[in-house]
Design a protein around this ligand. Structure first.
Ligand code: AMP
Ligand code: MG
Length: 422
């Protein structure tokens, strides 16, 4: 199917429209709108589990086999029928042979006998309990130990971990390394997964020079594109590098056309405000689908949302700090929905502040932050061009829409970058 021009049904052209009369969109409202208007667009394919790590499940996964498949020993020791041995000392003859992992004891253990077993070995027929080898003395083909035994001790029951037929992973889950262990243990051979969301990234601005190349004195390096492309790779999506475009409407239009052909989603940065050189918002407004969301958020503000040739576009701010915060706070949960992961909000931790700040009411604020000695410290400057602060930080502090007076020790909400999938 790859290479086909066939696409899932397009999103409607007005899917980003704001209720009339809205001036500033609170973050929660923006989230609610995105959540209600977007739906999964990523296609589905079946993969062998060896290729499924990082993919998003398109259907719940059932265990094809119980784990463990048969009762087995949890320790090295001696297997017996536990109910035979009450309080007191016991001397019990050993049968010859043993049960080792993958090399089971073939016979059946007679009632008042014991057999040598090793960790992971299938429990021999006639035995249900294992005596730890440290708890016996061995000699003359016999073992001696103290009772009473607890029936079933040191043995694992068949299916005690997973039962065949159980739902072990839900649809929408992105397969983790731990899930790989579970899928293997439950004998799953292939899974139905979403195709990775293809996300095109375009930087805009006459001032931008290519990272790693040369720059004129009045140029700055394009920092947003390397940041966004690597972020998308972390999310498990397929980043598509569409390069830089100057502040020129025709060039931008061609880049958007190309991006819409190749990608499921387009991320642009820069040019999203309403200024003379803000060609992203100007061009997108021609489609009639543009909603310039003035987010009540710092850093950030203008976020241009539109549908370009059936493809959703997130027009991120140009300032790198605002671009990254808007990508994490708005584009990420929206892309997760499109990718089949469902709406995803980070889980914050309430932790004491190591800083003080007086915040006015009216917009939500995200500060570059990190955790040291159990306290949250923030980057010294709030300037949204400070790329060094993004890199210094290991997460974000979220201050609520309302006014807030933070002093040292005030609990604040901290999100480690990992909560945003980084
Ligand atoms: P704009 O949103 O285009 O007005 O850009 C806002 C600020 O962000 C300006 O100072 C731009 O030079 C800067 N900027 C825009 N795009 C990038 C980029 N890709 N990398 C680094 N800085 C950028
Ligand atoms: Mg610009």
């Amino acid at each position: 199917m790859s290479g086909s021009a066939l696409k899932p049904p397009p999103l409607t052209n007005d899917c980003f429209a704001l209720p009339s009369g809205v001036a500033w969109t609170p973050v929660a409202e923006a989230h609610a709108l995105l959540q209600s208007r977007l739906s999964v667009i990523a296609g589905v394919e079946t993969l062998p589990i060896g290729q499924a790590h990082g993919r998003v499940l398109a259907a719940p996964v059932k265990a094809m086999r119980s784990n463990p498949p048969q009762p087995n020993s949890a320790v090295d020791g001696y297997a017996v029928l536990g109910a035979e041995y009450g309080a007191g000392n016991h001397v019990v003859p050993l049968v010859s042979g043993r049960s080792a992992a993958g090399q089971p004891y073939k016979g059946s253990v007679p009632k008042t006998h014991a057999v040598r077993v090793l960790t992971g070995a299938t429990m021999p027929n006639g035995a249900d309990t294992v005596i730890l080898q440290e708890d016996v003395t061995l000699g003359g083909g016999e073992i001696s130990f103290r009772g009473p035994l607890k029936v079933g001790s040191n043995a694992r029951k068949a299916g005690e971990d997973v039962s065949a037929g159980d739902i072990i992973l839900d649809s929408g889950r992105q397969i983790t390394p731990a899930d790989m262990a579970l899928l293997a243990a439950a004998a799953v051979q292939e899974v139905s997964v979403r195709k990775p969301l293809r996300v095109a990234v375009i930087s805009t601005g006459d001032e931008l020079a290519e990272a790693g190349g040369d720059a004129e004195p009045d140029q700055i390096y394009d920092a947003n594109r390397p940041m966004l492309l690597s972020m998308l790779a972390r999310f498990g999506y397929q980043p598509i590098d569409m390069g830089r475009v100057p502040d020129n409407r025709d060039t931008l239009q061609k880049a958007l056309d190309q991006a819409a052909l190749q990608a499921d989603v387009i991320l642009t940065s820069g040019g999203a405000s309403a200024g003379d050189e803000d060609h992203v918002s100007a061009l997108l407004s021609e489609t009639g689908s543009l909603a310039l969301w003035r987010m009540a958020v710092k850093p950030g503000r203008p976020l241009a949302l539109a549908i370009w040739k059936d493809t959703p576009v997130f027009g991120l701010p140009g300032n790198p700090v605002a671009a990254m915060v808007c990508a994490l706070v708005f584009a990420r949960p929206a892309m997760a929905l499109l990718a089949g992961q469902g709406w995803q909000m980070p889980e914050g931790l309430m932790l004491p502040a190591a800083f003080s700040k007086r915040k006015k009411a009216g917009r939500r604020e995200y500060l570059r932050a990190r955790l040291r000695d159990g306290q949250v410290e923030v980057f010294a400057s709030e300037g949204s061009g400070r790329v060094s602060g993004l890199s210094w930080a290991e997460g974000l502090v979220e201050l609520p829409d309302e006014a807030m007076e933070v002093s040292e020790g005030t609990p604040v909400r901290y999100y480690p970058y990992s909560e945003f999938g980084l």
